[in-house]
Design a protein around this ligand. Structure first.
Ligand code: FES
Length: 112
């Protein structure tokens, strides 16, 4: 087998852990003005305090397109949207969703 054929069939190994949850916090200008930075900071702090740093990854993303509801965040793998997330809501999201595994119904967006 040629070298290029071998590399084409070989899975790419990268240094990224398989997280249980991945949280994307909007860092678009509107969400930023509405406190997204504080929400992200609180999430990082609560996740660390809960001992979930190896299980939960938190990243910033650009505008999620629902600016008027911001600050917004999405949690995967469930794909749960949290719109208008406040710093004070963060402990409930960490406790209920990231630790407990269930989206926080009171805070999760209902797109029906
Ligand atoms: S700026 Fe956050 S959804 Fe647009």
């Amino acid at each position: 087998m040629s070298k290029s054929a071998k590399s084409a069939t070989k899975a790419k190994r990268v240094g990224v852990r398989a997280y249980d949850s991945h949280v994307f916090v909007c860092s678009g200008s509107v969400c930023k003005k509405r406190g997204a930075k504080d929400v992200r900071k609180a999430l990082k702090s609560e996740v660390k305090e809960a001992g979930l740093r190896r299980e939960v990854r938190i990243d910033s993303v650009g505008c999620l397109g629902l600016c008027k509801h911001g600050p917004n965040a999405i949690v995967y793998p469930s794909g749960t949207w949290y719109l208008g997330l406040k710093e004070r809501d963060v402990p409930e999201v960490v406790e209920g969703h990231l630790l407990g595994g269930e989206p926080v119904a009171r805070l999760a967006a209902d797109f029906r």
